[in-house]
Design a protein around this ligand. Structure first.
Ligand SMILES: Cc1cc2nc3c(=O)[nH]c(=O)nc-3n(C[C@H](O)[C@H](O)[C@H](O)COP(=O)(O)O)c2cc1C
Ligand SMILES: [Fe+2]
Ligand SMILES: [Fe+2]
Length: 408
């Protein structure tokens, strides 16, 4: 756990968490930071608690010492969002100390009771309500429903113009420096890949609500953006707002001039076509990446799908349907609202086929609104005739992607 001052009387508490699956399912190749904040001194407000605390009395004492506060100074605990990555500390904390109030939205108050039991300390706050501290800090609560969960709000500290945004503006990736001031450009560029991963894996389904949250943030004109995961932004708050605006835009279809080739193959027949497709994309100067879906975690697949305007799916027929690792992948892209892409399916079959039909059925049922180039199934290994047809289709995908980007 690191404790670091980010503004007058405001400290960031951050821990790098690794070696587990986020939400029980998302791989974290570079871990994830979980942040909370300490505001004030004699009358302290903890925002999103004490992330990274080991739940022991000794661990709590260490935290209090590093933050330079006393336990009895903690008068207020603000809960911006009830997901346990930000609230799992509550039960253990209540065992040691109870002389404080919780501040949270109405939906969060219901979740608090269901997660941690009924509590008479809960103060329900609405958009625009304020809390003034003895230190002069003034907290205003800003509702942000649907930024991950229906309970979410943000908290704005007016004297320092610090906005505590919880999941909004979050990122995967462990932190060395806790703020963007301590990062070099190459660090920020790397962390941007982890931001896109976090956004696409965790927030993508709620892109409309996140977009509203970004708009609300711009209206508040914060000097510091202090999220629950990832860097606190001080040097360049516009950079993270612009990145998030882009991610929200990608949910509408037109993303980067990139083609993602998602593929799966049992015996290498469809795999041969993947090699050929990559050669065409290379020759045509189209940025591309090929990912085997049966050996790649879903988080990585969705991360790359998020910024690709074109997605080519290559997989065989399996028991009259699309190869199961691929049908699962396409279904999950639908759930994460990978929508409005330029798409094309091709794959090998033995006797009846069925992969093409199943693929189109998923795109339709999940309302993904892809602009599909007519799919193409081939028997066994790809022959010259099959390659000729697929080449035409891939050129059509490239053309459509370039037209989308040009007309944007
Ligand atoms: C378990 C299994 C189920 C299959 N089911 C079908 C099927 O229902 N219809 C069909 O046309 N081919 C079916 N096939 C044949 C494959 O689609 C065919 O062998 C294809 O060339 C495999 O391509 P791949 O090497 O890219 O995996 C099946 C093959 C296997 C191993
Ligand atoms: Fe969350
Ligand atoms: Fe979170």
């Amino acid at each position: 756990m690191k404790v670091f001052p980010i503004a007058e009387g405001i400290q960031m508490v951050s821990v790098n968490a690794t070696g587990f699956l986020f939400e029980g399912m998302w791989d974290l190749p570079y871990g994830v930071s979980i942040n909370s904040y300490v505001v004030g001194k004699e009358e302290v407000a903890l925002i999103d608690g004490i992330c990274g605390w080991d739940h022991t009395k000794e661990g709590l004492d260490t935290f209090l010492k590093e933050a330079g506060i006393k336990l009895e100074d903690i008068k207020h605990v603000v809960l911006n969002h009830m997901e346990p990555d930000h609230t799992e500390w509550i039960s253990a904390f209540l065992e040691l100390y109870t002389d404080f109030d919780f501040y949270c939205s109405k939906p969060a108050s219901l979740l608090l009771e269901h997660f941690f039991g009924k509590d008479d300390r809960i103060k329900v706050v609405a958009d625009g309500d304020t809390l003034e501290l003895a230190s002069g800090h003034k907290l205003t609560f800003v509702s942000a429903p649907g930024v991950h969960w229906p309970d979410t709000m943000m908290t704005f500290e007016e004297t320092t113009k610090t906005l505590f945004t919880c999941d909004n503006f979050g990122s995967f990736g462990s932190l060395e420096s806790l703020t963007d001031e301590g990062c070099e450009e190459k660090d920020l560029e790397f962390l941007e890949t982890q931001q896109q991963r976090y956004y696409s894996n965790v927030l993508a389904s709620f892109s409309t609500q996140v977009g509203r949250g970004v708009q609300k943030t711009r209206e508040l004109n914060p000097a510091i953006i202090a999220p629950g995961h990832g860097l606190a932004w001080k040097k360049d708050v516009n950079r993270i707002m612009d990145d998030y605006d882009r991610y929200v835009q990608y949910s509408k279809g037109i993303a980067k001039e990139e083609v993602l080739v998602l593929w799966g193959s049992m015996y290498g027949m469809s795999g041969k076509m993947v090699q050929y497709i990559e050669e065409i994309l290379e020759r045509e100067g189209m940025t591309h990446k090929a990912i085997p879906v049966n050996t790649t975690d879903l988080g990585t697949i969705i991360q790359h799908a998020w910024s690709a305007t074109g997605i080519i799916v290559v997989a065989p027929t399996y028991e009259f349907n699309l190869f199961p690792p691929m049908s699962y992948t396409v279904e999950e892209m639908g759930t994460k609202r990978v929508q409005g892409r330029v798409g094309f399916y091709t794959g090998s079959f033995g006797w009846s086929g069925g992969g093409k039909k199943h693929f189109a059925e998923i795109i339709e049922r999940k309302k993904m609104n892809w602009d599909l180039v007519e799919g193409y199934e081939f028997k066994g290994t790809p022959k010259e005739e099959d390659k000729r047809v697929v080449e035409e289709k891939v050129l059509e995908v490239i053309k459509k992607v370039r037209t989308c980007i040009a007309e944007q």
